[in-house]
Ligand binder design. Structure first.
Ligand code: CTP
Length: 402
């Protein structure tokens, strides 16, 4: 069940089924979710905020105009800081308020303010459920994209029988899991992406670098996350923001990048798009190099580790699919074929980085996919589109459903 690390905001409204919501909290937490509760005033007739807090291990929220609550975690933050909002039980009254866009207490205000997916588990008397007003509200909510689980049919608290009983906690957990399960061609895969240049220090204030902007690597990280993967992006110094939904680790030098990649393993796919500096300065000192009349400083260079080759050549803990990039200024395909063999990776994405083409720092890219299967040339595309197509291809190569 895909609830590990997920944050669920559970809104409990006033119905007898509220007692089952305490069990729901326990079930959600058993599956690794963090749960925070909002109780309506009706819910507090059935269960106490203390019981909810004891089970969630978090503060329970009840009032819209609570001074302490607003200073601590305001209602807008409550509406944002989660992955899913579950309303269980959802009473006829709360459904009506949601359908009408009312916001007259904390629960309804948060439900109006949130842009998160919402799952409701209605619970009410059978006649209230079947009433045209409730059915109308249900249709409105579904039209608004609200997800619904239940209600079930069965004996009700008032010795009546019919639909209106809240779904069992496990059914609600399953519905939540389905909503939060990553979908896409890379669902369930861990992808490591390297991106950007590396900076190799000359002294504490100077460094050797290259023109890589990180745009292509970052676009790949974003596309992989969108395709459902858990992504670790290991980025050299770039001016790009960290992509949302991606774990980004920032490094400076090639050696730091290799160390970060090693730590991020194991992975299903490694995509090494970084323009790693091939050399670093061996004779760096702790102090800034000072100008001396006429005498030029001598830099002695030493080779950096080849991150792609190091990881690709491993027999243990090697991601089953290793993708390298080849930045070339001439004989692009020929050099890419040589790199494929030399580095031991499974696929090389080759591109021409001659200054006149403007790939480095630019928005578009013309790439050739070079693998044992042959060479495939893609038309010039935006870096975002190259990333999307590449991720789709890798999904197909690793057997993911698209
Ligand atoms: N690469 C790496 N570590 C290095 C050098 C390169 O991981 N120290 C990776 C890059 O991320 C890329 C691939 O190797 O995926 C090829 O990089 P490129 O700069 O094109 O090739 P080099 O091996 O540096 O060869 P050359 O500079 O001679 O073209």
């Amino acid at each position: 069940m895909a609830l590990q690390g997920k944050r669920i905001l559970l809104v409990i409204s006033g119905g007898i089924a509220a007692y089952k919501s305490l069990d729901l909290i326990r079930r959600l937490r058993e599956r690794g979710a963090t749960v925070r509760c909002i109780l309506t005033s009706g819910a507090q007739q059935f269960i106490t905020p203390l019981a909810a807090s004891a089970l969630t291990g978090q503060r329970t929220h009840t009032d819209l105009f609570d001074r302490e609550d607003e200073a601590d975690i305001g209602h807008i933050k409550l509406a944002r800081d989660a992955d899913l909002v579950v309303v269980a039980p959802a009473t006829a009254n709360l459904m009506a308020k949601m359908a009408g866009g009312q916001a007259d207490d904390l629960a309804s205000t948060v439900l109006l303010a949130t842009t998160l997916p919402i799952l409701i588990a209605p619970a009410m008397n059978v006649r209230m459920w079947l009433h045209p007003a409730t059915q109308r509200n249900l249709a409105v909510l579904q039209g608004d994209g609200v997800h619904v689980v239940g209600p079930n049919e069965g004996a009700m608290a008032e010795a009546e029988f019919g639909p209106g009983r809240m779904s069992e906690p496990l059914e609600i957990v399953e519905a939540a899991g389905r909503l939060l399960a990553p979908a896409g061609p890379l669902a369930g895969k861990h992808v490591i992406v390297t991106s950007g240049p590396t900076h190799e220090p000359i002294d504490p204030v100077r460094y050797i670098a290259n023109r890589s902007s990180g745009k292509q690597g970052h676009a790949i990280a974003k596309a992989a996350a969108k395709a459902g993967a858990r992504v670790t992006l290991i980025s050299g110094p770039v001016t790009l923001p960290d992509p949302a939904g991606v774990t980004t680790l920032r490094v400076e030098s090639a050696r730091e990048m290799l160390e970060a990649v090693e730590k991020a393993l194991p992975a299903d796919i490694g995509i090494f798009a970084a323009a790693v500096a091939d050399w670093r300065v061996a004779n760096t000192g702790g102090q800034k190099i000072k100008k001396k009349d006429g005498a030029l400083p001598e830099l002695s260079l030493t080779e950096n580790p080849d991150i792609l080759a190091t990881i690709s050549r491993r027999t243990e803990n090697r991601p089953p699919l290793m993708v390298g990039f080849a930045a070339e200024t001439e004989h692009v395909i020929e050099h890419a074929k040589q790199k494929l063999a030399k580095k031991g990776c499974d696929l090389i994405v080759a591109n021409d980085v001659s200054a006149e083409i403007g790939v480095m720092g630019g928005e578009s890219n013309t790439v050739h996919l070079v693998s044992a299967a042959g060479v495939e040339t893609w038309p010039t595309l935006s870096k975002t589109e190259v990333a999307r197509k590449l991720v789709e291809r890798l999904g197909a190569m690793t057997g993911g459903a698209s």
